[in-house]
Design a protein around this ligand. Structure first.
Ligand code: NAD
Length: 484
């Protein structure tokens, strides 16, 4: 049993572990058996004030360090994560977030990649110069850190997404205060300690486990928080976006999705089915970019449905310690109930069940596919965030694109075709932050600008796109002929 379990974890503020001012604690349950893993301090407004004050001091230290020193810290963090990440965090990711071994390893490796990519951005915070009509004047642009950044993270990829939201603002010279998901605070505490071990000044990162209303809200509303990074649901994004606009601070909002996968008439239905299953059921569909709306062109609809049924029913699920396991439990009972409600609503409105549809055991839900739900059913309109997808038919490419765009979300899409014209035409016409041709909609790349439109959020994260969001541009000009 890992060193993280069956003990108390305090808040982590300025390098010190401490109880919450209210001395409240909450239990973190493992989705594997719904039993307590550990007790964690529950932060509130007073703790937020302490952490923000520490972050203001951390900002002074960290932002004053030479870029090569900041780069070295992030590279050292990557090195520790690469050498020891599995030994330290694999079991934690499995037990705290319900990851399979494969998903946990993927997250650790992706975190290494993100840390290296963030380190690479430290020396690329280029400014600019631009022409001035007055020859005796110079105009230039500096890129400066925002200041203290509040990082509010979700539970589904608690290590990699936290790293993505914290490492790039840090690379740009900001300090961060993290409010991790109440489902997965322990991995966040462990990640912050790793950064400090790698040389990050301890006051440049604090972690405040706690709940949205009690801890997240005072944090994003704190008058000395200068920027916000949220990865979470659209519902939370609306609240945080409104709070950010009240104070006029920038907020990067990476929110939910209802991504479409277009399966066009020229593809092999068997191969397409395998891709659709991989893009949908990874981590049990608890992936923002999961292709939960599968749109199939009429000529191959029947063959595709037969193939995806076979492929889905062959998935091994439940035992996260089995290296062949596709996915384990959902995060909690509410997540299971949401799937059940979406499924029941669609079936009541005339959809039919192709496969799955039941709890296998505990919080493990069968991979479930529904055919032809009406367009106003919750399964089509709302994010289910579990192993539940719908399949609909389209007469032609135009209808397939119209169906893809029949959503308030706009995060990602996949287009399966060998035809370059069809693929690019769809890519240009689908309203989403990313469109992947010949692939499913769940793709990751540390350099890519990940984000969406509509209900999927505002802003882009990854590589230089993140550091750009967490820096402020400043126009500086100088009169060469002395002061006028
Ligand atoms: P959530 O919105 O319930 O919680 C996210 C975080 O926000 C948590 O730390 C939570 O405590 C906090 N929070 C909740 N209410 C708050 C408030 N009023 N003020 C401040 N903070 C508050 O999301 P979740 O269930 O943890 O994560 C799943 C969601 O995240 C899904 O919608 C998924 O699509 C989305 N997601 C998006 C991306 C992306 O890149 N776009 C990636 C992963 C997950």
């Amino acid at each position: 049993m890992s060193e993280y379990f069956q003990r108390r974890h305090g808040l982590y503020i300025g390098g010190e572990e401490r109880s919450a001012a209210s001395d409240s604690w909450f239990e973190v349950l493992s989705p594997l058996d719904e039993q307590p893993l550990a007790a964690v301090a529950s932060a509130g407004e007073e703790d937020v004030a302490l952490a923000v004050a520490a972050a203001e001091r951390g900002l002074q230290t960290w932002s004053a360090l030479a870029p090569k020193v900041r780069e070295a810290v992030l590279l050292r963090a990557a090195q520790i994560m690469e050498a020891e990440g599995e030994a330290r965090y694999l079991e934690l990711l499995i037990r705290e977030s319900g990851s399979t071994i494969g998903k946990a390893k993927f997250e650790i490796n992706y975190t290494v990649d993100l840390l290296r990519t963030a380190a690479g951005e430290v020396r690329r915070l280029y400014g600019d110069t631009f022409p001035n009509d007055r020859p005796d004047r110079l105009s230039m642009v500096f890129r400066e850190p925002l200041g203290v950044v509040a990082v509010v993270s979700p539970y589904n990829a608690p290590l990699a997404l936290l790293c993505k939201m914290a490492a790039f603002p840090l690379a740009a010279g900001n300090s961060v205060v993290v409010k991790p998901s109440e489902e997965t605070p322990i991995i966040a505490l462990a990640f912050a300690r790793l950064l400090v071990e790698a040389g990050l000044p301890a006051e440049a990162i604090s972690v405040l486990p706690g709940f949205g209303a009690e801890c997240g809200a005072p944090l994003v509303n704190h008058p000395r928080v200068d920027g916000i990074a949220l990865t979470g649901s659209t519902q939370t994004g609306k609240l945080i976006g409104a709070a950010a606009m009240q104070r006029m601070v920038p907020a990067q909002l990476e929110l939910g999705g209802k991504s479409a996968l277009l399966v066009l008439r020229d593809v092999d239905p068997e191969r397409a089915a395998a891709i659709a299953v991989a893009g949908m059921f990874n981590h049990g569909g608890q992936i923002c970019m999961a292709n939960s709306r599968i749109v199939v062109e009429e000529p191959i609809y029947d063959a595709f449905c037969a193939a995806i049924k076979r492929e889905t029913e062959a998935l091994k699920i439940g035992d996260v310690f089995d290296s062949d396991c596709a996915y384990g439990p959902l995060i909690n009972r509410r997540a299971v109930e949401k799937i059940q409600q979406h499924q029941a609503d669609a079936l009541a409105q005339g959809a039919s069940l192709l496969c799955g549809g039941r709890v296998r055991s505990g919080l493990v839900y069968e991979p479930t596919l529904l055919l032809d739900p009406p367009r106003d059913a919750s399964i089509w309109r709302e994010e289910s965030f579990g192993p539940l997808a719908s399949i609909v038919r389209a007469a032609d490419l135009d209808e397939a694109i119209a169906l893809a765009n029949d959503s308030q979300y706009g995060l990602s899409a996949g287009v399966l075709t060998h035809n370059v014209q069809w693929g690019f035409s769809a890519a240009r016409r689908i309203n989403a932050g990313a469109v992947h041709i010949g692939m499913h909609s769940f793709q990751s790349n540390a350099l890519a600008p990940v984000g969406g439109s509509g209900y999927s959020g505002v802003g882009r994260s990854g590589g230089k796109f993140s550091t750009e969001e967490f820096t402020e541009l400043k126009w500086v000009s100088v009169e060469l002929d002395g002061m006028l």
